[in-house]
Write a protein that binds this ligand. Structure first.
Ligand SMILES: Cc1ncc(COP(=O)(O)O)c(C=O)c1O
Length: 436
């Protein structure tokens, strides 16, 4: 057949014809042939440092030998068996291992395939168990692309355009953004502003007794790598306790070591009731989970949620290997060390470039926010894109975030070395100079 004789290059020319444009107009669409560790190798023979980790997925680097081997060994045994019809050891073992690294009390799991699916599942669990309809989410949030997930997403109206009506019963409060707060750019003001917006919802739109859950990304990801003050998450916990509301953390992007602890809940020291986790769980094999306490989960009665692929044996075996590697290679410690090296380096670069409005990060969840230099602090997505393009030209792949793409997010594998961090810093310095 003709299509089987097409070369990779010829196929690349057909991307726009064969892939839905809703997907195929992203950036930079690198034609990757293979990947290993921190590096991507493209079809034209170039090497790139991958500081996206496939958007926070390949946290142990591409093709980590231990994860790869676990997947291969499992595939030799069998690669699918719908959970329920069968059971298997990797799944059951994973339910023993994960609670040892989850925030306290998170010890029962529903495995799925994607972050969006885990978010949907979390919302279903909260509504089902509480018997309440209301969900409070936050402005600037990103929770995925399924109908449930877009209904609680507000980073860009584009993600919901032409899909309305979304799920009913969702209310948006303001996220505590210490860099951009209408009553003053301080952590205290950001918390005050956000809490007032929740009070407003309670007073005017829905009584707290009818709210099932407050859903929050402890660090907003797609929204622009926004790190709220600890007090904000503590106050959400307090409000939820006061009103019998479930606190759901979407840790799809912030989880699995990204912020220097296994989960941002631990970095912040705040305990959720329900979590959505995915991305780094199996270092690249599609997998996610809704996680909660036995007390809450055991009230999600048989048949009320289900899956065909969730708990896939290859993904479970990979997830087990991921946990072994975290321990054996002291991955969290490396993340914290390399994270502070990276952040310090970026902070040193910042004063030379007035268009870098902010440099922020926890662990290896790191970002630069690019602004207009006219004193307005207005986001400058065009300049951020120009910098990203220069970085790419020099062999460093980063990715954009924020409503207007004004944030450059840097998400290296957590096993990145000091040498690689220094190389990335010098590429960034060159790229910034060229754009200036
Ligand atoms: C915080 C957060 N939640 C949910 C999702 C959706 O995950 P998925 O794309 O796997 O459906 C993402 C994806 O980037 C995310 O960052």
């Amino acid at each position: 057949m003709a299509e089987q004789s097409l070369s990779y290059r010829e196929l690349l020319n057909k991307v726009k014809t064969n892939l839905a444009p809703s997907l195929a107009e992203d950036w930079p669409e690198l034609p990757v042939e293979r990947a290993e560790g921190v590096y991507l190798y493209t079809e034209d023979g170039r090497e790139y440092m991958d500081f996206t980790s496939g958007i926070g997925v390949t946290n142990l680097g591409h093709n980590h030998p231990k994860v790869l081997n676990a997947a291969i060994e499992q595939m030799k045994k069998f690669s699918h068996s719908a959970v329920g019809i069968t059971l298997h050891e990797p799944l059951l073992r994973l339910t023993e291992v994960l609670p040892t690294v989850m925030p306290e009390g998170m010890d029962m799991f529903f495995f799925g395939n994607s972050g969006s699916e885990a978010v949907d599942g979390s919302l279903k669990l909260a509504r089902y168990v509480s018997g309440r309809p209301g969900i409070i989410a936050f402005t600037g949030s990103f929770h995925g692309r399924t109908y449930g997930a877009i209904s609680v997403t507000s980073v860009k109206s584009k993600y919901r355009k032409h899909y309305e009506p979304a799920l009913p019963g969702i209310y948006f409060a303001d996220f505590a953004n210490p860099y951009r707060c209408p009553i003053g750019d301080t952590p205290e003001k950001a918390v005050e502003w956000s809490l007032a917006s929740i009070e407003k919802i309670f007073n005017h739109y829905i009584d707290p007794s009818e709210v099932a859950a407050i859903l929050v990304e402890p660090v907003q990801g797609e929204g622009g790598y926004i790190f709220p003050p600890t007090e904000f998450l503590k106050e959400l916990r307090r409000m939820c306790d006061e009103h019998g509301i479930f606190l759901i953390f979407d840790e799809v992007q912030s989880g699995f070591g990204r912020t220097g602890q296994m989960f941002a809940a631990q970095t912040y020291g705040v305990r959720p009731d329900i979590m959505a986790i995915a991305k780094g769980i199996a270092n690249g094999f599609p997998m996610s989970a809704v996680v909660s306490s036995r007390d809450i989960m055991s009230r999600w009665l048989p048949g009320s949620h289900g899956t065909t692929f969730g708990g896939n044996p290859v993904a479970c075996a990979s997830a087990l290997a991921v946990q072994e590697v975290f321990k054996e290679e002291n991955v969290l410690e490396n993340c914290r060390k390399m994270g502070s090296l990276f952040l310090d380096g970026l902070k040193k670069i910042k004063p030379s470039y007035p268009f870098i409005g902010d440099v922020r990060g926890k662990g290896l969840m790191v970002a630069l926010e690019i602004i207009k230099t006219d004193g307005s602090k207005a986001p400058d997505g065009d300049k951020a894109m120009a910098i990203l393009q220069k970085m790419l030209d020099h062999g460093l792949v980063g990715y954009m975030a924020g409503r207007t793409g004004q944030v450059i997010r840097l998400i290296p594998p957590l096993v990145v070395t000091e040498e690689q961090i220094n190389k990335a810093l010098s590429i960034l310095a060159i790229s910034l100079k060229e754009v200036k």
